[in-house]
Design a protein around this ligand. Structure first.
Ligand code: SF4
Length: 250
């Protein structure tokens, strides 16, 4: 089965447990203003971002790194974009990997149909689930998507015993208000089955891609990576509240 990807990235240590191969699928319904993978948003091949590839080739590429997965409890992560924008392609890759005994992780926004997540549950060991903005109106204006259907998906996955790492991009002055941090903190206690909560500090590494695509970087975004002092503030915020599962990722 054919699909469109932008990259197969080997030896990743930021997309789930252990050493992983991350496959970036094209297509995303959201338009987060801070997106650092803007080249994955469109389903079209643009500039030199994107190539048509069949699922068996991807699986064969992933299998080459099996020794790393076995030694580090790693595996393969599908990311994007939103991998489930190409549902049959994504599910086929996950199914084949599971048949080969390889750990599978799906990095998802939660916007696909529940019927697709039902299928994904059968072939996904771990979900990386984005939690971006607490206030519903701000969620829509900052991501271009309503929050409620995303939370319906989250609740569906929780109630079906999915293993989930909550992933929270943190953008100073954009979504890091106290209400949002407090809600993230409370989610650890409200959903005890959560494996981890990852705080993902904003960085400017995606800016060069905007330039290449001929698109402007949103002017409301910070001009620099998050300073260490702010990272320390986030960590102490969660520590004071007794959070044990919140981890700051770099
Ligand atoms: S969900 Fe991810 S890929 Fe899609 S626009 Fe937002 S940050 Fe970019």
């Amino acid at each position: 089965m054919n699909g469109i990807i932008t990259d197969i990235f080997r030896t990743s240590i930021v997309d789930g447990p252990g050493i992983r191969t991350t496959v970036f699928l094209k297509g995303c319904q959201l338009r987060c203003i801070w997106c650092h993978n803007p080249e994955t948003q469109s389903m079209k091949i643009e500039k030199d971002y994107g190539r048509l590839i069949d699922s068996e080739t991807i699986v064969a590429e992933c299998v080459k790194d099996r020794i790393y997965y076995d030694e580090t409890d790693g595996g393969v992560t599908l990311s994007g974009g939103e991998p489930l924008m190409q549902p049959d392609f994504a599910l086929e890759i996950l199914k084949r990997l599971k048949e080969l005994g390889i750990h599978t992780t799906l990095d998802t926004t939660g916007v696909a149909k529940i019927s697709i997540y039902k299928k994904a549950l059968k072939v996904t060991d771990l979900f990386l689930f984005d939690y971006k903005v607490t206030d519903s109106k701000s969620h829509f204006s900052l991501t271009g998507s309503r929050k409620e259907p995303i939370m319906d998906t989250f609740n569906f996955l929780i109630s079906n015993n999915a293993k989930i790492i909550l992933r929270c991009p943190m953008i100073p002055g954009v979504n890091d208000e106290v209400e949002h941090l407090t809600t993230i903190s409370e989610m650890e206690f409200k959903y005890p089955s959560l494996v981890e909560i990852n705080i993902l500090p904003y960085h400017t590494m995606g800016n060069a891609k905007y330039e290449k695509l001929g698109r402007p970087v949103d002017p409301s975004l910070p001009k620099e990576n998050i300073p260490n002092k702010l990272k320390e503030y986030y960590l102490s915020f969660f520590k004071i509240r007794g959070n044990k599962k919140v981890i700051l990722k770099d």
